[in-house]
Ligand binder design. Structure first.
Ligand code: AMP
Ligand code: ZN
Length: 114
């Protein structure tokens, strides 16, 4: 997707603070962190949001979830925990239309969100 910020990050056209990369996903720190640990994990495939996930993406989503928890532990959230968030579409608060997981930790987060 030529006008997608996250596709541009994947292509190396926009810099990011990379945490992890393989052939199907990329993790990098959020530009405006909301917690001491706040990073994003995205599939390299341009999926607009969780509601556009296709049957062929199911195995990929499982690997994304697994990598999210692995990286959260590597970044020190194993003992106290973290929040794993996917915002979808307008009412979900999604601002970048490329599927992404937020992983937030390093402080106790309140619930429910505002
Ligand atoms: P969402 O509101 O769930 O769509 O989250 C999008 C997130 O992407 C926000 O937390 C932004 O701070 C983050 N973001 C936007 N542009 C960049 C960028 N160039 N590098 C890192 N994070 C970004
Ligand atoms: Zn994209």
């Amino acid at each position: 997707m030529s006008d997608c910020i996250f596709c541009k990050i994947i292509a190396g056209e926009i810099p990011c603070k990379k945490i992890y990369e393989d052939d199907e996903m990329l993790a990098f720190y959020d530009l405006t962190p909301q917690a001491p640990v706040h990073f994003l994990l995205i599939p390299k495939k341009h999926i607009r949001n969780l509601m556009e996930l296709e049957p062929g993406d199911i195995a990929l989503s499982g690997r994304l979830l697994n990598k999210a928890q692995e990286l959260a532990k590597e970044l020190g959230c194993g003992e106290k925990g973290a929040r794993f968030v996917i915002n979808a579409k307008r009412d979900g608060g999604q601002t970048v239309d490329h599927l992404h997981l937020h992983i937030l930790g390093g402080r106790q987060l309140i619930w429910p969100p505002g």
